[in-house]
Design a binder for this molecule. Sequence first.
Ligand code: ATP
Ligand code: MG
Length: 777
Amino acid sequence: MPERGRGSVGTGLVEQRHNLPGQLSRFVDRDRELTGLRRLVLEQRLLTLVGTGGVGKTRLALRLAEAVRRQFPSGVWLVDLSLLQEPEMVARTIAQTLGIVEQGQADALDQLVAELGSQRVLVILDNCKNLVDAVAPLGERLLRSCPHLTLIATSRERLGVGGELVWRVEPMEVPASERRYDAEELAGIGAVELFLDRARRSSPEFTVDSENVQLVSELVRRLEGLPLGIELAAAWCGVLSPADLSDRLSNRFRILTSRDRTMPSRHRSLRAAIDSSYDFLRPEERFLFRRLGMFVGGWNLESMEAVCGLQPGEGFEPLARLVDRSLAAMQPSTAVPTRYRMLGSLREYAVEKLSEAGELDSARSAFCAYFLHLAETAQLHIYEPAGARWLSVLDAERDNWRSALEFAVVEDPGAAIRLAAALTPYWDFRGFYAEGRFRLSICVAAVAEPSRPLAQSLRGLGLMAWAQGDHPYATRQVRRALAVANRLGDAAAAALALQQLAQIRFAAGDLTTARARLDRAIELARNAASQDALGLCLFRLGLIEMAEGRWQEAEELLRESIRLGRAADDSERVAVGSTYLGRVYLETNRLEQADATLRESMRLWRPHGSPRQIARILESMAAVAAERGENVHAAWLAGATLGLLERAGVKVAPPIDRDMDSRVERALSAPGTSRPFAAGRLADIGAAMRYAMGEEEKQAPTAETAKPPSPFGAGLTKRQLAVARLVAQGLTNREIASRLYISDRTAEGHVEQVRNKLGFSSRAQVAAWAAQHLPPL
Ligand SMILES: Nc1ncnc2c1ncn2[C@@H]1O[C@H](COP(=O)(O)OP(=O)(O)OP(=O)(O)O)[C@@H](O)[C@H]1O
Ligand SMILES: [Mg+2]
């Protein structure tokens, strides 16, 4: 496995401060609930919205979150838990959603606690129903440790956590049975309003008038005010009159009542609504609907056609009819291709129907086969110049491939191991090492037969553990990979395993063993005529030569590895090789070549946006600038390097980095460099790359124009946060000193450090930042 190491995270949701999805349909009614909930959510720490399926819990939680967004300056996050099966993944999923970068082997929950700290954040845990046992203790710990965190949970039952406020979401208001309404009055009742709004989507002329007023009134009563049922029924208004609709519903309801007397009435109503919608579909639409139930994470036309066994273009019309009938929905987003989704209650129903129709197994295999194919295609192209696109594809399909992996581990371990192996580069690029390790370890435990994907997965597992700093475990896994490769007689796979063992020894500073392993790996790679393995081994040997100061040997090896990378269209190989070759040029005083090579490397890396690699290039660019006496430029680049590494949680310093800082440090001691350094430190990865490539007009962004840091990772200590708050209250240094029982000088020092860390030049900027980002105490 190439040097695809740590901290390569690119999602960066933290910058956006919320991930609330847009809505395509109108929100109706619920004013009374919202008035109460708005107050409660600011007073309570844990609010659980409890209610039956389809009653509108999620929609209400989202509306509430929108309404109070401003009171949570550090962010509002929706975490969908409905798709999770494994309790182990709950904390990790929350952290991933918040864009929190993994730190070594740190426990996800500990890390969440540390990152959330005293930020004022609102997190919605949507649909806890499968995982109440895991969510409850997690919620308790988060609330205890993060004083300004508020949680909203939606669930069919309470979580049972101390301090939980349970809010029962009732169905919408329905017309009273004993009263007769006129049309206008009726249209003002919540459930009717929703019915009319949705009915007009399929039949724009639809209104309540004296003719149908009684029927509409009965219909929404029959649906017991459940928004999902109402939406489903209303979607047929272009085709059926309210009288027909009402008849169908009553029929279905009767059937359900006679079949299952224990089913609660509301459940029965919703079920009747879904049943009637389903009954009305044509056979090919029903088939499609059932199969679409497989997609826990939504679908696009391509994945739909593949999983449902349709010819290109064949599925569009039936899909459009499902959308018209509210049985599926387009996801509001500008993303291409368009994605569609099914609400949880409908998906559960679809899967039930799949099972009744005896199609569950075939649907599952088709689903797994598609995502296996997708992941293997991604793996094949991810290192190519345009490969970064595949990272986004796998991001969008995350819930689906997770689900495919879970099925496959049980049903078809051979497919599971291939899928896990194919996903390894994704986990690596994104820095999702804990998830990668968790899933790879389950998959490798599920197969006994030696195979190439097994060897690859074991190396992947070793890579994840290595990136987390767990070298002994990593070594054991890679040794197993080597044993598998040997049993298969696969010299290329053995070479890859050996070079990985060398990588681990190298990181530990044991250059002798690393070199011995590489010598053997190179021999094997040559025997197997594997250019891929050879390129990687030569690169790694180049690093050892560099570490030992043998620049000429290093140069030759790196050049050869770059050449092999070019021949294979592996832009990562070329990019990584160029990063270090640039460094060799720098060390041997060929500054022009160093500059050109580093820029080439940056150009190649750019689309993948991997902070660790970009930081390494910036670091060398800073040294080139320092050598040239361009101190301000060097300072900005050094600041940017540090900022990226800090935010990506990278702590590695391989042996070759020992003298790196001396040149840059000299530059930093020159006058006028502290501000550009601070400004660079705030730059996000995009700004840093633009600046380094000279696209920002060679003019370093100043602290004033740089984006203010996210409160996560602004890196202020507790004391510094306290000082920042007091600055925001307009206190002088002396006043701050007396408030915190410290000397004037110490207070002054703190203010200075806060300004430097935030990259600001004035107190006023600190005050503005603190007022915006820090909750009042
Ligand atoms: N107040 C409302 N205004 C408009 N539409 C609503 C409203 N409440 C719910 N809906 C719609 O009704 C459907 C079901 O609502 P929602 O998904 O929020 O239910 P839920 O209680 O979360 O269900 P589940 O238990 O299955 O998760 C959705 O299509 C939603 O958009
Ligand atoms: Mg819901």
